[in-house]
Design a protein around this ligand. Structure first.
Ligand code: PNS
Length: 166
């Protein structure tokens, strides 16, 4: 295990400016940050796992974050974290409504791997209302999502809802 490696996992369906804020804060603290895009067949998502990963990579390129790796993973996060040697697991906290779910996940992950420490980071206040679900809803009804997501994500959302006719 490597104390210098942090994993930043999520569904990223799609990645938002709020996620990027958390990622950039993690980069300030950890020398190596790996963004891990979950492929959970039980979760209803707009974008397939390969597309979500492709969007994360596109965004990393857009912001010039050459130091950050993005990978996909299946199965248990704690096990995947171990395979990449991560000691820290990054999660963003927005409002108190996130807390119960995050606490449950952090405690479960601690049980699964006591050496994996969950680290919560708070996004800037102006990002605290952002969520992938909210952004998808705005995009579904033809609203402008460009203030909330990087350019390649805004393009992908526009294409997704144009082609689905929703
Ligand atoms: O962005 P999300 O949807 O809040 O991320 C949740 C995610 C992907 C981190 C979580 O569902 C996860 O870790 N999935 C992998 C399966 C797993 O390990 N589940 C137990 C977590 S306690």
């Amino acid at each position: 295990m490597d104390a210098a490696t942090a994993i930043y996992p999520g569904s990223f369906d799609p990645i938002t400016n709020g996620h990027l804020d958390i990622l950039n804060r993690a980069r300030e603290v950890f020398p190596r940050v790996v963004v891990a895009v979950a492929n959970d067949p039980g979760k209803a998502v707009l974008f397939p796992a390969e597309t979500r990963l492709g969007l994360v990579r596109c965004v990393l390129k857009e912001i010039g974050a050459d130091d950050v790796e993005a990978v996909g993973f299946d199965g248990l996060l704690a096990e995947f974290a171990r395979t990449i040697g991560a000691r820290a697991l990054i999660r963003g906290l927005r409002a108190v409504t996130d807390f119960e779910y995050e606490l449950q996940m952090a405690l479960a992950n601690r049980r699964l791997d006591p050496d994996l420490e969950t680290v919560f980071l708070m996004a800037e206040a102006r990002h605290c209302f952002l969520s992938s679900s909210l952004i998808k809803e705005v995009a579904r009804y033809g609203g402008d999502v460009s203030p909330f997501v990087p350019r390649c994500v805004a393009d992908a959302l526009r294409d997704a809802f144009r082609s689905s006719g929703c």
